[in-house]
Design a binder for this molecule. Structure first.
Ligand SMILES: [Zn+2]
Length: 295
């Protein structure tokens, strides 16, 4: 063997062992205190797989135990549990899944079948299609479901779950903590950008603004909103999001009728009048409207 070849093999082996010794980035989630008995395990915006842990998780501490709203991506269960343990000794007894996606349901299995899992009936149906809940893992599907409204607990521990129609999916739950005047929206209000309408799971960018209108009319006495994937919001922000989604729908509908392409309709939709809004996802929303109106 030539010396140069041997040297390069040794160098390659050295590089490989160094790579093996480099630890993966530690999985740590940040915690935000909203109230004495309500925390949020915060979300970064999806995009960077190394740091993206999943959606915003509400941690609600009641007399009977801890309720989580959503439970992040698979692999982040221990990080979630560690942060919950840093604020309470009580066990996690209930998980509410706002919708089917894996960045909101990924640790149902980690927390186990003894935790009561609650979701809208359509979300349970959507979850049954996921590999993560097939076979033996079906025991981690929601056991308690509802159609229009469900109340869990009472007094200061009360949680109200509402369904107002299709938006991000056809099973989006709106979770209200009435005593704290806080609303968790899941991804039906994920960010200040075009909505993701998951048509494979019954989502609808055509129904989206109408559903948000029903939410605004039907849920009162809220001060703070926990959105799906961005910092805390207010009811005024939700109102603006409703206006934004209605504007986007009417724009896309008109452009389609005028024979414009999705690219043309995207280029002519201006987000400037909506402070803080991005247009990174507008094209996807407009495409969803076109696909939906085409059929
Ligand atoms: Zn989602």
């Amino acid at each position: 063997m030539k010396r140069s070849v041997l040297l390069s093999i040794l160098l390659a082996a050295g590089a490989a062992s160094m790579a093996a010794q480099t630890p993966a980035a530690p999985k740590v989630v940040d915690i935000l205190k909203l109230k004495d008995n309500l925390y949020v395990l915060t979300s970064s915006t999806p995009g960077n797989p190394a740091t993206f842990s999943g959606g915003n998780v509400a941690v609600f501490i009641t007399d009977g135990g801890v309720t989580l709203v959503d439970d992040k991506l698979a692999g982040w269960g221990q990080a979630v549990l560690d942060k919950v343990k840093s604020v309470t000794d009580k066990p996690i007894t209930t998980i509410i899944n706002t919708h089917t996606h894996g960045d909101h349901t990924g640790n149902n299995g980690f927390f186990g079948a003894s935790v009561e899992i609650v979701a809208h009936e359509n979300t349970k149906t959507n979850m049954e299609k996921m590999d993560a809940f097939k076979g033996d893992n079906a025991k981690f599907l929601p056991k308690k479901t509802y159609a229009d409204k469900l109340t869990i607990g009472s007094g200061k521990d009360r949680i109200d779950l509402y369904y107002f129609g299709a938006a991000h999916t056809n099973g989006d739950t709106w979770v209200v903590f009435p005593a704290l005047r806080v609303l968790h929206t899941g991804d039906a209000f994920a960010w200040k950008d075009g909505p993701l309408c998951d048509r494979n799971n019954g989502g609808s960018c055509v129904s989206f603004p109408r559903t948000l209108q029903k939410v605004i009319a039907g849920i009162k006495n809220i001060d703070t909103i926990i959105p799906g994937h961005s910092p805390m919001q207010t009811p005024k922000d939700l109102q603006m999001y409703q206006t934004f989604t209605a504007d986007l729908l009417s724009h896309a509908t008109n452009e389609m009728k005028a024979g414009k392409s999705v690219d043309e309709a995207t280029a002519s939709f201006k987000v400037d009048k909506y402070p803080g809004y991005k247009n990174e996802r507008v094209k996807g929303s407009i495409q969803a409207v076109y696909d939906e109106l085409k059929k």
